[in-house]
Design a protein around this ligand. Structure first.
Ligand SMILES: NC(=O)c1ccc[n+]([C@@H]2O[C@H](COP(=O)([O-])OP(=O)(O)OC[C@H]3O[C@@H](n4cnc5c(N)ncnc54)[C@H](O)[C@@H]3O)[C@@H](O)[C@H]2O)c1
Length: 255
């Protein structure tokens, strides 16, 4: 059962421990910064060789482990290192991801597979590894997966990306359904374009300018605007929210 938690006006996460995949850059790092401010112990899991340095910059006790989330042994080692360092882990944020831009008729099988493998398969396998740890130790927990507006609407040259993010939304709902009885909440967030390396790669230039005009907020998102929502979803204030896809799109998808 997901326990009732009295609403907490401070949205506190003090003393919690979180794994953030893709935590060395972009939305993942912004979430790490936000979490650090809220007293969360951090385990940053990222391909970036400086994952450890990035973690330590946010607090001496934090750890960073460089590696590939597509590798099963790496995923297990992240959980083991986190438990060794902090005793237990409460939160998983699955932020590692890539984008491959190509017309559907010419997208290579290799690019399709890489996108699905990193964005969808590795997010599920990381959630499975973390979920099994929580269930095995009878611990409650919260998982936030990174979907996208691309999981709900079609975007030109984004066929693999859209498929991976639609998969994240579906996967999130099933995990929430299956794991509610263990006290594990599973949600995802769906940002519009966020001003990170990945966001700029896809949307810098005239195509992005045209998209921006369609967003009621009349701008793209900054990474910390996603981090704050992820923190809310992990807090007691969201104790009755599970299986939800929270759009953070400045109103883009309401039309
Ligand atoms: N930026 C956007 O416009 C936007 C919008 C909606 C959703 N998203 C999603 O948010 C997530 C984060 O995107 P971002 O904009 O912060 O990207 P980013 O490129 O700024 O950061 C992604 C991080 O993930 C890491 N990473 C990539 N592949 C990895 C792997 N196999 N193993 C471990 N680490 C890996 C990278 O090293 C990098 O540090 C992605 O899932 C992305 O699809 C981004």
């Amino acid at each position: 059962m997901i326990a009732y938690e009295k609403a907490d006006p401070s949205y506190s996460l003090e003393g919690k421990t979180a794994i953030i995949t893709g935590g060395a850059a972009g939305i993942g790092f912004a979430t790490a910064e936000f979490f650090a401010e809220k007293g969360v112990n951090l385990i940053l899991a990222d391909l970036n060789k400086d994952a450890c340095g990035k973690a330590k910059a946010l607090g001496a006790k934090n750890i960073g482990i460089a590696g590939n989330v597509c590798d099963a042994a790496y995923r297990t080692s992240v959980i083991e290192a986190g438990v060794k360092a902090f005793g237990k882990i409460d939160i998983l944020v699955n932020s590692a991801g890539i984008v491959a831009l190509e017309k559907a008729e010419t997208l290579s099988e290799d690019f399709w597979n890489r996108t699905i493998s990193i964005n969808l398969t590795a997010s599920f396998m990381m959630a499975q590894t973390f979920g099994s740890y929580l269930i095995g130790h009878k611990l409650p927990g919260s998982i936030v997966n990174m979907a996208s507006q691309a999981g709900t609407i079609a975007l030109d040259k984004h066929v693999a990306y859209c498929a991976s993010k639609g998969g994240i939304i579906a996967m999130t709902k099933v995990l929430a359904m299956e794991w509610g009885k263990y006290g594990i909440r599973v949600n995802c967030v769906s940002p519009t374009v966020v001003l990170t390396e990945l966001g700029r790669k896809a949307w810098d230039g005239p195509v992005g300018d045209a998209l921006k005009k369609e967003i009621p907020a009349e701008r793209f998102a900054e990474p910390d605007e996603i981090a704050g929502v992820i923190a809310f979803l992990c807090s007691k204030a969201a104790s009755m929210i599970t299986g939800h896809d929270l759009l953070i799109d400045g109103g883009y998808t309401i039309k």
